[in-house]
Design a protein around this ligand. Structure first.
Ligand SMILES: [Zn+2]
Length: 156
């Protein structure tokens, strides 16, 4: 089971807000599927996930290329919680270099945290959890992500 952080429990209001966010991004969610693979090329596995994980994966979808969306876990390779299940190790191989993966993770982290703040989640917790040095640092990244931020707008 994936790691669940305190303060990020899925409540009814949070689920509604996450559904709204996913809809605006165009990212399909599956509340009945648990990871293994978080993104299986069709949907984000939401079962047994905390709100931070799901929002992070919606952010991955937002910044992913078409090719990445066709790949398991957006082509970023197996992580510590990955369970291959019926998938081969080849199918889980990253389609990016290590540095590219790091750059993509940084984008998804910044965008996810922006949305956590909007969804009234304890986002400062995730700021520390993802090892951001400061609010000033992530704010620079938020400016670079304005296209994605503006596309979604505000969710109440
Ligand atoms: Zn990620």
């Amino acid at each position: 089971m994936a790691h669940k952080r305190k303060g990020f429990e899925i409540t009814l209001i949070r689920r509604r807000r996450i559904d709204d966010l996913a809809k605006k991004v165009g990212c399909p969610l599956n509340w009945n599927r648990a990871p293994g693979v978080q993104w299986n090329g069709k949907s984000v596995a939401c079962k047994d996930q905390d709100a931070s994980n799901i929002v992070h994966d919606i952010a991955h979808y937002a910044v992913a290329t078409k090719k990445a969306r066709k790949s398991l876990d957006y082509g970023l390779g197996a992580g510590p919680d990955t369970k291959h299940g019926s998938y081969t190790y080849d199918a889980m191989d990253p389609i990016y270099t290590y540095d590219e993966c790091r750059a993509i993770e940084r984008k998804a982290s910044a965008l996810g945290i922006y949305w956590e703040r909007m969804l009234k989640l304890p986002w400062k917790d995730t700021l520390a959890y993802h090892n951001w040095d400061s609010l000033a640092e992530i704010k620079k990244d938020w400016r670079k992500l304005s296209r994605h931020i503006n596309k979604v707008g505000v969710i109440k």
